[in-house]
Design a binder for this molecule. Structure first.
Ligand SMILES: *Cc1c(COP(=O)(O)O)cnc(C)c1O
Length: 358
């Protein structure tokens, strides 16, 4: 026993469960548990990052001037409205710490990104989880009803992690019209590049039209830089300044900043990769449906297997086939789209599982 005192709120915190990592002693394994890109960084991106390593005795450019300017130009915003973070998860944490007092409420859909309740806890805010609809979409009516005078922030995750589902066209816009301007609405678009559905809201455009909208984007998913930790937010100037106040000082390395800039320069090549993954997604979900599975329509680089009580059994079957997936106990599995080899292993496992469970 020690005499130190931990924050009481942390006692019942759910532990963040990172996607399972390959076990070096096992046979060939495919990591489809963290929504990562299956493609290694492009040579031009790797070269830009490598060049910065030799300067690592120096602190990074804390303001991230070059990458901030590039983001501001692409999004047609002021550099003051761009906030960098060690992944957009850090940006979302900054936003929570910037707009909530202890006990204030943050509304978000559930199930959604597991980091939301943890980040809210860290900020001292209360999580208000609003269940997804039967079609696993945001329930905007219920989210609107959940707003009270303690609500400071509301999150829209589109496409939603872990379900891959998207909002209906026009729905977000109508919702934003109905939200009191004192409530900040974060649009988390970590996977928007994979969303090929028409009529979808565009966070950057909504940022320009609504004074209470903040947008979060990341280089981790479509740009394939998950290991380097860089993401950004677009926020109204005053909120952006507050977010910088609570940011981790020097949290974004020069290596990450250089890789992000080089990624913008290589956008065409990266687009080809995103398109390839979208095609694999279509093929994979179709093949699963032919095996008899019903997969909720996905617009992300992952899909959701609603397996309920059979989830644990399914995880074991996938693991026997070398496929690491992300289970949510008694609810289902989230599976990232991998390369051809990984997807073939996945289909072999799901075929075996279909014989048992369907
Ligand atoms: C992956 C993810 C992020 C950001 O991840 P970072 O690696 O921190 O940039 C943000 N939101 C959702 C919903 C995600 O799935």
């Amino acid at each position: 026993m020690t005499s130190i005192t931990l924050r009481k709120a942390l006692a019942d915190a759910p532990a963040y469960r990172p996607g399972k990592r390959p076990d070096a002693t096992a046979g060939k394994q495919f990591k489809l548990s963290s929504n990562e890109s299956p493609y290694a960084p492009l040579p031009s991106v790797a070269a830009a990052a490598t060049e910065r390593i030799s300067h690592s005795n120096r602190y990074p450019d804390a303001g991230g001037s070059a990458i901030t300017a590039a983001i501001a130009q692409r999004c047609d915003v002021e550099p003051e409205q761009v906030v960098l973070g060690a992944g957009s998860v850090e940006v979302i944490g900054q936003l929570m710490r910037a707009v909530t007092e202890p006990g204030d409420e943050i509304i978000f859909p559930w199930r959604s990104f597991e980091a939301y309740p943890l980040l809210a806890l860290g900020a001292g805010a209360r999580s208000v989880k609003v269940s997804l609809t039967a079609s696993l979409q945001h329930d905007f009516t219920a989210m609107r009803s959940a707003i009270c005078d303690r609500t400071r922030l509301l999150i829209i995750c589109n496409p939603n992690n872990p379900t891959g589902t998207i909002v209906e066209p026009g729905e977000v816009e109508e919702f934003l019209q109905s939200v009191p301007p004192s409530v900040v609405v974060l649009i988390d678009e970590a996977y928007f590049q994979f969303n090929s559905s028409v009529g979808q809201p565009n966070g950057v455009e909504l940022f320009h039209r609504f004074p209470n909208v903040v947008v979060a984007h990341t280089f981790s998913k479509a740009y394939g830089l998950a290991g380097l930790r860089i993401g950004y937010g677009l926020a109204p100037t005053a909120i952006a300044a507050a977010m910088r106040t609570v940011a981790v000082p020097f949290g974004v390395t020069d290596i990450a900043q250089a890789a992000a800039l080089a990624s913008f320069a290589a956008e065409q090549e990266l687009r080809v990769r995103v398109d390839a993954l979208v095609k694999l997604r279509t093929e994979l979900t179709r093949a699963l449906e032919l095996q008899g599975w019903r997969i909720p329509p996905t617009q992300a680089n992952f899909f959701w297997f609603p397996l309920g009580k059979r989830t644990g059994e399914a995880v074991k079957c996938f693991e026997r086939h070398g496929v690491l997936v992300r289970p949510f106990d008694d609810e289902g599995l989230r599976v990232s789209i991998g390369d051809d080899e990984a997807n073939a292993a996945l289909l072999a496992a799901s075929a075996e599982l279909a014989l048992k469970l369907l």
